[in-house]
Write a protein that binds this ligand. Structure first.
Ligand SMILES: O=C(O)CCC(=O)C(=O)O
Ligand SMILES: [Fe+2]
Length: 287
């Protein structure tokens, strides 16, 4: 079983092709919560540059620091105490978040230019998908903002002690993930089974986060996923979070809540996205 791969160029095709693509996306959201887009319009040449600058950045500016990080030291320390037993409450990853007002890496040639270009392309893609699928469901005040987050997950040297990235659902709206096309490890939970998100060249993995589950009143699922360690290899992944603004009120779209029908009655409360994020962030902190 493999997650759906959708040819997104067909969204610009004939009426029939467009309708078929929309149906595939709807099915991907309803049945899987995850799918891969090919022919999404982001130039392959740009994706190659993104891979290159991210790998160079990690080698040049992060690897050494990560080895000496509190997380790495804690893992080694706890590992010693637990006699090689797996450590459950740790995410073994090095993450930086790229936001306009954060300090961007400066030593890696071309990093900022390439990632800025990539972000602009992703925004176009996210908005295209948004218009094609979700606009009618979004409340007016849920102004989306794109928050690219570059995550590099490490499994080097001690993969037997840590799993990788713990199982979780994503808190935000729509997530666009450019995962490593060689080193796998990302898995989703479907019908009680962990299924690989197969590495593929030049695809973007899309998944719907908790806010879409709420907005869609449970029709689109926020799927549990995790990353498993691969011995002696680093996995590079760039996850971009297309989220509501922190002040946005999130609630099921009224059109999807049918009051008299028990089965699709409102099952989600109304809340501020910022409040949701605070609770989520507290839960993510390794214990
Ligand atoms: O590393 C990956 O591919 C997955 C990252 C992820 O699930 C996350 O950042 O929420
Ligand atoms: Fe995630």
């Amino acid at each position: 079983m493999a997650i759906p791969v959708i040819d997104f160029s067909k969204i610009n095709g004939t009426g029939e092709e467009r309708a078929k693509t929309m149906a595939q996306i709807a099915n991907g959201c309803e049945e899987w919560g995850f799918f891969q887009l090919m022919n999404h319009g982001i130039p392959e040449e740009l994706l190659e540059r993104v891979k290159k600058v991210c790998s160079e950045y990690f080698k040049l500016e992060r690897e050494e620091t990560f080895k000496n990080s509190t997380a790495a030291k804690t893992v080694s320390y706890l590992a010693g105490k637990k006699n090689g037993e797996k450590l459950e409450n740790v995410d073994w990853e090095d993450v930086i978040t790229l936001l306009d007002n954060n300090e961007w890496p400066s030593k890696t040639p071309g990093f900022k230019e390439t990632m800025t270009e990539y972000r602009a392309e992703l925004k176009k893609l996210a908005e295209k998908k948004d218009t094609s699928r979700r606009h009618s469901m979004m409340e007016k005040e849920t102004v989306p903002s794109l928050v690219p987050r570059l995550a590099t997950t490490h499994h080097v040297r001690i993969p037997e002690l840590v799993n990788g990235l713990r199982a979780h659902t994503d808190a935000g709206g729509v997530i666009l993930l450019f995962q490593d096309d060689e080193v796998g490890g990302l898995q989703i939970l479907k019908d009680g089974q962990w299924i690989d998100v197969q590495p593929m060249k030049n695809t973007i993995v899309i998944n719907t986060g908790d806010q879409i589950e709420v907005l869609s009143n449970g029709r689109y699922k926020s799927t549990w996923h995790r990353v498993l360690a691969t011995p002696d290899r680093n996995r590079r992944s760039i996850a971009s979070f297309y989220n509501p603004s922190l002040k946005a009120t999130v609630a099921p779209a009224p059109a999807l809540v049918v009051k008299d029908d028990e089965k699709i009655n409102q099952t989600y409360p109304k809340f501020l996205f910022g409040d949701y994020m605070s609770v989520y962030a507290e839960q993510k902190v390794p214990s």
